[in-house]
Design a protein around this ligand. Sequence first.
Ligand code: NAD
Length: 333
Amino acid sequence: MTQRVLIGYANLADAPIEAEVLDAAGVEIVVAPELDSADLPDLLRQADALMVTLQPVTASLMAELERCKIICRIGTGVDAIDIPAATARGIWVTNVPDYSIDEVSTHAIALVLAQARNLFAHREAARGGDWRYLADTPIRRFAGQTLGVLGLGRIGRASARKGRGLGLDVIACDPYVGEDVFAEAGARRVDFPTLLAESDYLTLHVPLTDETRRLIDAAALARMKPSAYLVNTSRGEVVDIPALLEAVRGRRIAGAGIDVLPVEPPAANDPILNEERIIVTPHIAWASNEAARDVRVRGAEDVIRVLRGEPPRYPINDIRVAGVSPHPSPLPL
Ligand code: NAD
């Protein structure tokens, strides 16, 4: 029987890269953009694999996935997928953790630099014929200031190294990694209150978990320097956005660079889009031509591995240790 991959984020015309890999393996592609087709229950029941980007994959949606062996997240963050529910059903969950480390860390540093040099206000000034240094947002010499990194994983480490390359002192908070990781990133280990208090630029690189949801709330923002900037390229819900708006408006911090929001896209009249000292980008920290290709090829390759009965290259869960046997025999491809 032909195996079927349900792609939940594109119409077929937009999935040529996945098709290169999946067609070559003889797998049929079915597309239900945003997982909202009227035929969805049937499509889910017939899917041997599901590929998603940010679409929620809940336990109740999984209840329809009768033959599915892998839920493949084309991207990094897997917070929209109920992983314990997938494990209990013997479904692998995978992501592509290494497709945009360079891109996201560069974007974080770009937001730091844009704030540090007051780039966008000066662009507006130049366009308006105001050919001078805007003294109301003073610019400080970059070297000698401190970059704080929350989460010293793949992207956090790359951001730390790039920050050091620019002459910043780097401190980081990550209770889950060892001293070797701090040494390799060139970052001094600090606790969370110290990170907040000492950072001139605080860049967030944690996953969204119960522990990190709204970790940057009013109390955390109040501990930051009034001259400090916050940068978030991780997950929108890590920051309490109303509290951030209040902190920036009240000059309790200097500004922010935000690539991710709790609700994406935001409403057109969302105040964060028009706040003078907050730069918002539309969740594009990952983006480059190379990353856009790599993520789809590597995701599709993991789908093929699992449909062949092999373990995936990028597993998030391990269905073999959950006491649930994976689907009995490798299926022919
Ligand atoms: P990673 O898993 O490699 O690293 C995350 C690090 O955070 C780990 O070292 C972990 O120990 C640490 N951590 C977890 N909880 C923590 C806590 N409470 N305090 C401090 N540290 C904690 O992840 P990554 O690949 O570096 O991705 C980082 C973030 O970037 C994720 O949220 C991911 O979803 C996001 N991301 C965003 C984009 C984008 O386009 N904006 C693209 C890719 C990834």
